[in-house]
Design a protein around this ligand. Structure first.
Ligand SMILES: *[C@@H]1O[C@H](CO)[C@@H](O)[C@H](O)[C@H]1NC(C)=O
Ligand SMILES: *[C@@H]1O[C@H](CO)[C@@H](O)[C@H](O)[C@H]1NC(C)=O
Ligand SMILES: *[C@@H]1O[C@H](CO)[C@@H](O)[C@H](O)[C@H]1NC(C)=O
Ligand SMILES: *[C@@H]1O[C@H](CO)[C@@H](O)[C@H](O)[C@H]1NC(C)=O
Ligand SMILES: *[C@@H]1O[C@H](CO)[C@@H](O)[C@H](O)[C@H]1NC(C)=O
Ligand SMILES: *[C@@H]1O[C@H](CO)[C@@H](O)[C@H](O)[C@H]1NC(C)=O
Ligand SMILES: *[C@@H]1O[C@H](CO)[C@@H](O)[C@H](O)[C@H]1NC(C)=O
Length: 449
């Protein structure tokens, strides 16, 4: 994913005052929650054109990067799981199949320029959710959902980099992409999340060993503080001595779910303590129990990627509440207040059902519409349905997806492939780097500690 050139361009352009909320939500009624989720999904679906004739399944039009498509299909998989409404399953399966790419590891060659470890992992996590939620495998000799998640894990495990900072994953996979020097929290956090969930699904210690290793490294490197705050990342040209301390909702969420999975399998007090700490530290993202992307909402500087981040914290809070039931007392008030506040402001656009970015304005829609805003509202509302579902399947309990421990093993570990990248592409990439740097410098002004 990338810091976007629209940095700063987003403002509260059109402020619409809501008379009556267009999305009705009674949090005590599962039917009401399902209806609300359905209405939110209808609007989200309007952004997707990949299943139209002549378009490419799995892609969203500009300005959405490839990773957010994977994130969106994960949202549709969860939507089906929570509500039982399967109207998007065919679309989702088609999209995921088209983006499998080379090595059966979500590395399509034509996405090379935007393919960081985090980007690949968002598709891998969607495949993991498909396996956990029992979406039928593709069949016909095609890789299973579980194998796709294993392929992402295996390719990333082989990219673990000891040459600097005593370990960690780099942001970028390929040396020619700028951001290769950045070791960021979301890349390592996604790897931790996938490893933990594979461990829960399969019980193989290889996965728990890597989950533990990623966790320990993030703590040692300072990407995670000892009181469980997650910072954006660090540069390996300084051997990771300088930390960019911006905090994002999705970094907390991605670790929360992984820690919950680890606790679920081990019921180990160390993981209980860690999970408690992660949940407690999310207080930085809540105002009167309503979720807010604190680093950029208040100054109107959330870029296209960042406008989707609350979706993932909400998603992973739902997952956490299922697999670690003792967290419900802490999570319920946050999910409930956030879902109500999110739904209340979905009054924008032509049909008066579009959700804005900010949930903390007591029903005022801020006029910022897009896949991220819409997905975040949908995720937080559908997560309220977690008591209705049995929880992620495992190989022993309910799982249907076939394991392939060696998936992705044929993928190259270095950047020697894809050398067809042209000079023009490289120039494009360095412009992106500049934007990343600007993003980080500007970010320093609104970082939270
Ligand atoms: C608004 O409603 C029309 C008619 O039902 C529909 O075709 C369109 O996709 C809707 N747009 C959004 C953004 O929901
Ligand atoms: C890119 O690659 C994928 C996977 O190999 C393929 O399905 C798609 O058609 C290609 N083209 C575009 C424009 O995404
Ligand atoms: C880089 O940091 C790691 C972890 O703190 C440390 O073990 C290593 O010695 C450092 N390397 C250099 C060259 O300073
Ligand atoms: C609990 O987990 C921690 C961290 O993974 C580990 O060091 C410890 O040995 C585990 N304890 C037990 C009893 O398994
Ligand atoms: C919970 O978070 C607050 C605020 O970040 C912090 O002051 C407190 O020490 C934390 N408590 C625990 C038990 O981690
Ligand atoms: C672990 O998660 C499963 C759902 O995958 C759930 O049914 C089970 O109760 C959880 N285990 C514990 C000890 O809470
Ligand atoms: C556990 O996973 C590792 C790494 O994928 C694999 O080599 C090993 O065969 C697996 N063990 C079992 C018992 O499946």
């Amino acid at each position: 994913m990338k810091f976007s050139s629209t940095l700063g361009a987003l403002g509260a352009s059109s402020i619409l005052l809501s008379g009556t909320a267009a999305i009705t939500l009674d949090i005590s009624s599962p039917d009401s929650i399902k209806e609300a989720a359905k209405s939110l999904s209808t609007n989200l679906r309007t952004y997707y054109t990949g299943d139209k004739l002549g378009d490419t399944p799995g892609n969203l039009p500009d300005p959405y990067y490839w990773w957010e498509c994977g994130a969106m299909f994960n949202a549709f998989i969860d939507y089906w799981y929570y509500t039982g409404d399967d109207q998007y399953n065919t679309m989702t399966t088609q999209a995921m199949e088209h983006q499998i790419g080379d090595y059966n590891a979500f590395m399509p060659e034509n996405q090379t320029k935007t393919l960081g470890n985090d980007d690949q992992a968002f598709w891998g996590m969607a495949a993991m959710s498909a396996a956990e939620n029992k979406l039928p495998d593709l069949g016909d000799g095609k890789p299973s959902w579980l194998a796709l998640a294993q392929a992402v894990f295996n390719t990333q495990k082989s990219r673990w980099d000891q040459t600097t900072c005593a370990g960690g994953l780099r942001w970028q996979i390929f040396t020619f992409n700028n951001g290769y020097n950045y070791k960021n929290t979301i890349s390592n956090g996604c790897f931790f999340n996938i490893a933990s969930r594979l461990y829960k699904y399969l019980g193989n210690d290889t996965y728990s060993d890597w989950a533990e290793k990623a966790w320990e490294w993030e703590l040692a490197s300072g990407l995670m503080s000892s009181d469980y705050h997650y910072y954006d990342g660090t540069d390996d040209t300084t051997n990771c001595t300088i930390i960019n301390k911006i905090q994002w909702t999705y970094n907390a969420g991605v670790h929360m779910a992984g820690a919950a999975a680890m606790w679920n399998v081990t019921q180990n007090d160390t993981w209980k303590g860690r999970l408690t700490g992660v949940i407690n530290a999310t207080s930085v993202f809540f105002k009167d129990n309503v979720m807010t992307e604190v680093a950029c909402e208040n100054n109107g500087k959330c870029d296209v990627d960042q406008r989707s981040f609350k979706a993932y914290l909400a998603r992973w809070m739902g997952y956490t509440a299922i697999v670690a039931p003792w967290t419900r007392d802490s999570l319920d008030p946050l999910l409930q207040a956030s879902a109500q506040a999110a739904a209340k402001q979905c009054t924008g656009g032509t049909n008066q059902t579009s959700c804005g970015l900010r949930w903390i304005d007591n029903g005022v829609n801020d006029g910022s519409f897009g896949v991220g805003e819409q997905m975040a509202a949908m995720e937080v509302v559908q997560a309220l349905l977690y008591p209705q579902v049995s929880g992620p399947a495992t190989q022993k309990v309910g799982g249907l997806s076939e394991s392939n421990p060696d998936a992705g093993a044929d993928a190259p570990t270095t950047a020697v492939i894809f050398n067809s990248i042209t000079t023009g592409d490289k120039a494009g990439a360095s412009i992106l780097t500049l934007l990343v740097l600007v993003g980080i410098l500007v970010g320093a002004w609104w970082m939270v500690s």
